[in-house]
Write a protein that binds this ligand. Structure first.
Ligand SMILES: Nc1ncnc2c1ncn2[C@@H]1O[C@H](COP(=O)(O)OP(=O)(O)OP(=O)(O)O)[C@@H](O)[C@H]1O
Length: 311
């Protein structure tokens, strides 16, 4: 008999994940499908629980994560650090941003229909994930890692009193956007070295995003050409610009993606590269804060199997 091991972050999406889980478990009960819900009780629990379940190596079970991108990130890392790193993960989005599902072009929005599709899959789908390593760590990410502007935006959004209110109104993206204005005032440019097949130095980097697919911040297409199916990561570096030039660039980003052709924007698509910045900057990984540091990161592509119905 098949078993569904649900990892639930009931805080994700200000209750969205909890509501999705309720619908899914009602459906599983009606269908007499055996399931267990594992609640994340604190930050980092997604990693611990996913690792523990993967280590059981149950051939008749599917692990399904219900939460936001941060919870899925932890679950991927938990499984990758288990004794069975190729254990597939199902995912039902319940966060506020849900950029991973946008990036893989997941068409099904209803959690019950998605659960039905996950149940009917015979084979998992292998999707690219990024791998980042430094002197003392190695970590996988599903969306992107940002240094500077977007990471500061994540920082100010997480520490903003309005986030919860706007999320409750279904306006999580607006919450991110209002904090952009605060960051525009505060974020300074910084020195950055990029090494791929060649070396490139920036004196005035401002937005730096290494990305597995187009989206960050709940639907902003920082690199519309990125795809999580080509075994490459994309890197976008926007140089410090101000005033009307910045506004025009943002309009391009929000409308047709032509910001990539702007002279202040540089981007590459590679299977690996390194980034090093020279003054402490905010960092973000899949929307979670990395703190304020001088980063020296090596990036490469990896893959993971997912129980997800995508073309
Ligand atoms: N019981 C808990 N109490 C407090 N924090 C938790 C708990 N369980 C998980 N978390 C933390 O909640 C954070 C946010 O989770 P997640 O990213 O899944 O949701 P989200 O931010 O609403 O969604 P998205 O990233 O898609 O916008 C993660 O850092 C996770 O570690």
């Amino acid at each position: 008999m098949e078993k569904i091991e649900i990892i639930l972050n009931h805080h994700a999406g200000n209750g969205r994940a909890k509501r999705a889980c309720k619908k899914v478990t009602n459906f599983l009960q009606t269908e007499n499908i055996y399931y267990e819900v594992h609640l994340t009780k604190c930050d980092g629990d997604g990693f611990r629980i996913a690792k523990q379940i993967a280590d059981l190596n149950q051939t008749n079970a599917k692990i399904v994560v219900i939460g936001g991108d941060g919870t899925l990130n932890q679950a991927v890392n938990g499984v990758k650090n288990s004794n069975y790193p190729n254990t597939a993960l199902g995912y039902i989005p319940g966060g506020s941003g849900n950029d991973f599902c946008r990036g893989i072009k997941m068409k099904i929005k209803d959690p019950v229909i998605l659960m039905q599709a996950i149940l009917s899959l015979q084979q998992p789908r292998v999707i690219d994930v990024g791998q980042v390593s430094g002197a003392k760590f190695s970590h996988y990410f599903i969306n992107n890692i940002g240094i500077g502007f977007d990471a500061s935006t994540v920082y100010y959004t997480n520490h903003s009193e309005r986030k919860e209110l706007l999320n409750n109104l279904g306006m999580g993206t607006l919450s991110y956007f209002t904090n952009l204005l605060k960051v525009i005032k505060k974020q300074k440019s910084f020195g950055l070295d990029v090494d791929d097949s060649q070396h490139k130095h920036f004196d005035n980097a401002y937005i730096v995003v290494a990305t597995n697919h187009p989206y960050f911040g709940g639907g902003f297409a920082i690199d519309p050409t990125a795809t999580p199916f080509n075994h490459h990561l994309n890197l976008v570096v926007v140089k410090k610009i101000t005033g009307l030039t910045f506004v025009k660039l943002m309009i391009k980003l929000l409308t047709d993606g032509s910001h990539l052709n702007d002279k202040n924007v540089w981007h590459i698509e590679e299977d690996q590269f390194t980034l090093k910045n020279y003054t402490a900057q905010h960092g973000q990984m899949d929307g979670e804060e990395l703190g304020q540091h001088e980063f020296d990161f090596h990036f490469q592509t990896s893959q993971h199997p997912f129980w997800l119905p995508i073309d």
